[in-house]
Design a protein around this ligand. Sequence first.
Ligand code: HEM
Length: 490
Amino acid sequence: MFDNVLQSFDVVSLLIVAIFFLLVGYRPPWWIKKTAKYTSTNVSNIPGPLSLPILGTRWIFTFGGYSCGKIHEFYSDMYKKYGSVMKEEALFNVPVISVFEKQDIEKVLRSSGKYPIRPPTEAIAQIRRQRPERYASTGIVNEQGQTWHYLRTTLTSDLTSPKTISEFIPQIEAIADDWCNLLTQLKDTKGQIDDMHQVIGRLGLEVTCALVLGRRMGFLIPGQESDSAQILAKAVHDHFLAVRDTYFGLPFWKLFPTSAYKQLEQSEETIYKIAMELIETADDSTKESAIFQSVLRANVDSREKTAAIVDFIAAGIHTLKNSLLFLLYLVATNINSQKKILDDHSKNYLKACINESFRLLPTANCLARVTEEELTLSGHKVDAGSVLLCHTGIACRNENNFTNPNNFIPERWLDEQKSITSSNATFLVTPFGVGRRICPGKRLIEQVLPIIVDATVKKFHIKEVTALELQFEFLLSAKGPMAMIFEERR
Ligand code: HEM
C-alpha cells in the first residue's frame, strides 16, 4: 500500500513543482487571500473535500481511499455528504463544480451557446499537438469554438443523416444474425459464455467499423478473430483507462511522462496505425460507404480526415460495448421483460427497456461543460468559464425524479406513465449528451440496439450468471469478465 502511494506520489517531483511555482511567483489563494478571477466568494463557499495547494483535490484518487475505478462511488458519496453542489479543485486550485439536482443540470446544459465547450481531455490534446505531421488539430472530440464547429459540420453530416442510417439497417440486421450465430458457437453445453466483454467487444468493433468504413470486417466469424481486432479492442480499452488516469489522477504527466501518459501515447498510436491500415486497404465496399466517403470528400486538411476516423472508431466501440452489456444484463435479470419483448410486436416495450437501461446504467454517466455565462446553481453564483460536471447518472437514481429509481421498470416509459417519465427525463436521461455537442453516433446506435436485442431475445432465453459490479473506466463499465447463459428457444 505504502509502496503504491510512493510510486504515484513522487515526493521529489512534488517539491520541484512547489519550488518552481514559488520561484515564478505563484501563490495559492489560501496563502495570499487575494481572490483570483475564477474564485468568486460564492464558488469558494461551495463545500467539497480538502484541497491541497497547487495540486487541489486530485490526491483523493491516489491515496484518499477512492481508486480511479471507483470514481462513480466517490461522486455518489460526495452528493450524500455535501448535497446539491460540490467543489473539487484541479491543478493550480482551479475549481471543478459538480451538480446533482435536476434544475441545476438543466440550467447548465441549457445555457450553452453556439459553440458549447466540453472540457477537453488535456492529455490527448497534448499528445496530438506534439504530432503536427499527423494531427492538424486536437480533433472533433477535443476542439472548441469555430474549429470544433467547422469539423463537426463538415465531418459528421452524413453520420447523423437519417438517410445514411436507414441505408445501413440491412447491414445491422446481417450483423445481428452473425452475432446470434457467434453466441451459438461460443456457448458451452450449459449455454454459458464466460467472457461477455470479449464477445460484445467483437460486436462493437464490427458495428463501428461497418458504419465508419462501410465494410464487414469479419470480427464475428467464429474462430477467426483477427489479430488486429484483438489489438484494436485492447488499445481502445487501454485508451479509456489512460484517459481516466490522466484526467482524474495527480497531473504529473504535465511534467514528465507518467505510466498513464505513456499508455495513452501507445494506445493512440495503435488506434491510429490500425485506422490508417484500414483506410489504406479500403476495398470497393469501403469506397461506397457514405460515411467514409463524406469524410474523404470533406473540405478539411487530410490529417483531419484520418483523425476523424480514429475518433469515430474510438468513440463508438467502447460506448456501444458497455451500453449493450448493461442492456443484456438488465434484460437477463428481469426474465419477464424478455417475454414482454417477444409479445409486443409494436417494439415499444423493447424501446422502453433500452430507455430504462440508459436511465439506470448510462455508460456516459456525467456530462461536462465549461459555462459561457454566470449561473446561479442551488444558490451559489458560478462565474462564466467555470468547469461544471452534470451528474445525470446520479440524478437518474434520485427518487425526486423517478419513483423506485433503483429498479428496472420499463413500464414507466409506456402508456399513462410515459409523459411524466419523459418530461422528467429531459436533461437527465441523456445517454448521448445534449445540444450541439450531442453524440453524432446517436441515431445509429438507436437503430443498432433494438435490432441486436430483438434478434438475441428471439433466439435465446438469456440468464445472468455473474452479478454486475460497476467499474469507472472514464465511462461506466462492467467489471469483467461477465458470464451469461444463452439457452436456445424452441
Ligand atoms: C452507445 C453508444 C454511444 C454512446 C453512449 C455515446 C455517448 C456520447 C456522449 C455522452 C458524448 C458527449 C456528448 C455531450 O458532451 O453532450 C459523445 C460524443 C461523441 N461521440 Fe458518441 N456515443 C456512442 C457511440 C458513438 C459512435 C458509434 C460514434 C461514431 C461513429 C460516436 C462519436 C462521437 C463523437 C465524434 C463525439 C464528440 C462530438 C462533439 O464533441 O461534437 N459515438 N458520445
